[in-house]
Design a protein around this ligand. Structure first.
Ligand code: PBG
Length: 329
């Protein structure tokens, strides 16, 4: 049958060549948008690959300097630091000690590389013997006591040279009292990136191998959010912003793009998304099986997070992204 085809609008016109696709692409993703996590373990000469996170290592504060030198060559200069102390106790004492694993690493890194940007994760789960994100009473996280210890921790990070602090424990009021502690100690210019929307997620399990932070009993559902909720995320971000958060974060990222998009409409501060360990490990595992094209899948995931509205992405893929520099148009 001969159709008299009469089409004015042909969306395919704009897909005709790579150069045109690039010209009209709505989302740009740059290395500058990415933050790379580093795990620092107390000790010397340590470089241990995490079984469940191929390509990601625990370093000691000496070996991490070589790693940062390599990362800087790839133009990765923004990091979030996680510490694994020599000794854990009920209060996570190493997390606020002047000679703690994070504080000494901060000083050593800043001394050698003054221009790198260092964010510290502010939490207790890697530092406490019970593995929970604060001080516990009767086997439950005690919110208000934890606040006092969070204040000690942030001030010690600030004194050691942190450029930004990132409270990740979902402790009510933490942003308010962290801001207060920073301000009264002369750090009113230090920004807070709050893990405002952090879901109780099974996507964190490889991280808990890397950071040795699996809770010894129970789970984190009494403080991290229920992943079935969306409206509640608005309450959390608005609260954190009112308490002084400079940047708010959604975590995990990949299966929470709806949340990122929603928050973007509501707030006027930058939004970060944490492309977490499980999201990384699934891609690595499937690639190892030869079932997917790792670089392309990585690219598609990172672009989707950006497209949803994230301004900043914390991702274990930063190094791979920098190396592959895919041009997908
Ligand atoms: C808490 C913290 C966690 C992650 C980042 N900060 C672990 C948790 O809440 O159990 C997870 C990040 C990831 O899975 O990559 N210190």
């Amino acid at each position: 049958m001969k159709n008299n085809i009469d089409l004015k609008v042909r969306p395919r016109r704009l897909r005709n060549s790579k150069i045109l696709r690039s010209l009209v692409s709505e989302t740009k993703l740059d290395l500058d948008d990415l933050v790379y996590p580093l795990f620092i373990k107390s000790g010397k000469k340590i470089k241990i690959e995490i079984d469940s996170m191929p390509g990601i290592y625990q370093f000691s504060k000496d070996t991490v300097l070589n790693e940062i030198e390599e990362l800087l060559k790839l133009k990765i200069n923004k990091f979030i630091l996680f510490g694994i102390p020599k000794e854990k106790d009920d209060y996570g004492s190493d997390s606020f000690a002047d000679d703690g694993v994070i504080q000494t690493a901060l000083r050593d890194i800043k001394k050698r590389f003054p221009d790198v940007f260092l964010i510290t994760d502010v939490c207790f789960c890697e530092f406490t013997s019970h593995g929970h994100c604060g001080i516990t009473k009767n086997n439950s996280l005690d919110n208000d006591t934890t606040i006092e210890y969070l204040q000690k921790q942030v001030v010690s990070h600030a004194k050691a040279g942190a450029d930004m602090v990132a409270p990740s424990g979902m402790v009510d009021g933490s942003v308010k009292y962290i801001r207060k502690a920073l301000d009264t100690n002369g750090f009113s210019s230090l920004p807070i990136l709050s893990y405002s929307v952090k879901f109780a997620s099974s996507f964190y399990s490889p991280f808990r191998d890397a950071a040795e932070s699996m809770p010894k009993y129970g789970n984190r559902k009494k403080y991290q959010m229920d992943f079935k909720n969306s409206r509640e995320t608005i309450k959390e971000v608005q609260l954190d912003i009112s308490e002084g958060a400079d940047i708010v974060m959604v975590k995990p990222a990949m299966v929470y793009l709806d949340i990122i998009k929603n928050i973007k409409k509501i707030v006027n501060v930058p939004i970060a998304a944490y492309n977490v360990s499980g999201e990384y490990s699934m891609v690595k595992a499937a690639a190892k099986m030869g079932w997917i094209n790792e670089d392309k899948i990585m690219n598609e995931i990172l672009f989707s997070i950006k497209r949803a509205g994230a301004d900043i992405i914390i991702t274990y893929f930063a190094k791979d992204f920098a190396k592959t520099k895919l041009n997908e148009n």
